[in-house]
Design a protein around this ligand. Structure first.
Ligand code: SF4
Ligand code: SF4
Length: 370
């Protein structure tokens, strides 16, 4: 049976440190031995300060690093940000400063190793440092995600896909949410982090996972050796079924979703967390999918008052569906694959996902019928 440890926590370091140490002792901390190569993989999506709740909090990274150093591990902090340089993300997040004085290396994921992932993905290229670590410690942030509902333990490992290969995968899996979720579970299987510790202290609800989301205090820390069990426990905390999370549904289809989970500690109940609308993107016969995508599915829209025309959205968009037209951002909704990456990388929180009028009317009819 998989075990998930749950703790009430705040970022005050004197109490957080002992909470994180307890979680590590109760989960996979024993895996770290003298000289073990330990790689910490926080969420380092893009430059953002801790109050925006976009990234794993620096105090959590500090506590985990301290624990690993005390056990004799050779510790490195790594990720492959979607936007901004690795150094800028480290500084703006406060992680560089928080780990000052600790014997820790900071190394951006750059080299990849190609793995045979079988059908339907065939080849997966993942960060060498993550694959070759003796202990990979996964440090996700609890946030909403337009395509995957929430980004938790399994989704956080997508950062081990290096650089521009990330948007390429979005393009390959396209509008198929199940396919993208299956890809994430394949990545999780290949990496199998020894420990996952979730930062749910200042979480994010609404239009996550970028700066368009809204920070929400939950005061929760969770840890497990099984990230799917941890993700299921978050679902339970929010009154969702584990399979409501696309990655859990994919893990179940692949036979690796923990079927029973022992929760150690008191699991709070959070019933009013604002989740994005993440129903099936398209359904029914394939000839109707294009029509549905155009008229029913949420699409990115820009708030011109917040947009500063920085260009991050059109540079990152895997489908090349964003451009600048005069002083405005323009979306080509025919090309757009609804991956919502542009929402992730917008540094000014100027983008949100919104249903077109037909989609909103369709929802109203469905609600009445129900
Ligand atoms: S929408 Fe955001 S990312 Fe795109 S140009 Fe405007 S500010 Fe930049
Ligand atoms: S416009 Fe945004 S949601 Fe559409 S494909 Fe590009 S990045 Fe994805």
């Amino acid at each position: 049976m998989a075990r998930v440890m749950v703790r009430k926590a705040e970022y005050d370091y004197s109490t957080l440190r002992s909470g994180v140490f307890d979680v590590l002792e109760a989960t996979g901390g024993h895996r770290i031995g003298n000289g073990s190569r330990v790689v910490l993989k926080p969420n380092l999506l893009a430059p953002a300060s801790p109050d925006r709740a976009v990234l794993t909090h620096p105090m959590i990274v500090r506590a985990v690093a301290e624990y690993a150093v005390e056990r004799g591990g050779k510790v490195q902090v790594s990720d492959s940000p979607a936007m901004g340089t690795f150094e800028k993300v480290l500084r703006e997040s406060g992680i560089r400063q928080a780990l000052d004085g600790l014997d820790v290396d900071f190394r951006e994921f750059r080299d990849s190793v190609t793995l045979d992932a079988g059908q339907p993905f065939m080849k997966l290229e993942l960060a060498r440092d993550a694959l070759e670590a003796d202990v990979l410690i996964n440090l996700p942030k609890l946030k909403t995600h337009g395509q995957m509902l929430l980004t938790l333990g399994v989704k956080n490992l997508f950062g081990c896909v290096v650089g521009l290969r990330k948007p390429q995968w979005h393009l390959r899996t396209g509008v198929d949410r199940q396919m993208f979720a299956a890809l994430l579970v394949h990545i999780y299987q290949a990496l199998r982090p020894g420990i996952t510790i979730l930062d749910g202290i200042l979480a994010m609800e609404g239009q996550g996972p970028g700066k368009g989301g809204t920070p929400r205090h939950l005061g929760v820390l969770m840890g497990s050796e099984d990230a799917t069990a941890l993700d299921s426990t978050v679902c339970r905390m929010m009154g969702l079924r584990p399979e409501d999370l696309p990655t859990n549904a994919a893990a179940k289809r692949m036979g690796i979703l923990a079927d029973s989970v022992e929760v150690i500690g008191e699991l709070p109940r959070v019933h009013d967390f604002v989740l994005p609308e993440a129903g099936a993107l398209v359904f029914g016969p394939s000839f109707a999918h294009g029509l549905m995508r155009r008229h029913l599915v949420q699409r990115p829209v820009v708030d011109d008052g917040l947009c500063r025309l920085c260009g991050e959205c059109w540079r990152y968009c895997p489908a090349k569906a964003v451009s600048q037209e005069g002083r405005k951002v323009r979306f080509d909704y025919e090309r757009c694959i609804r991956c919502y990456c542009c929402l992730e990388v917008c540094p000014h929180g100027a983008l949100r996902a919104e249903k077109p009028l037909a989609g909103r009317m369709f929802d109203r009819v469905i609600r009445r019928v129900r």
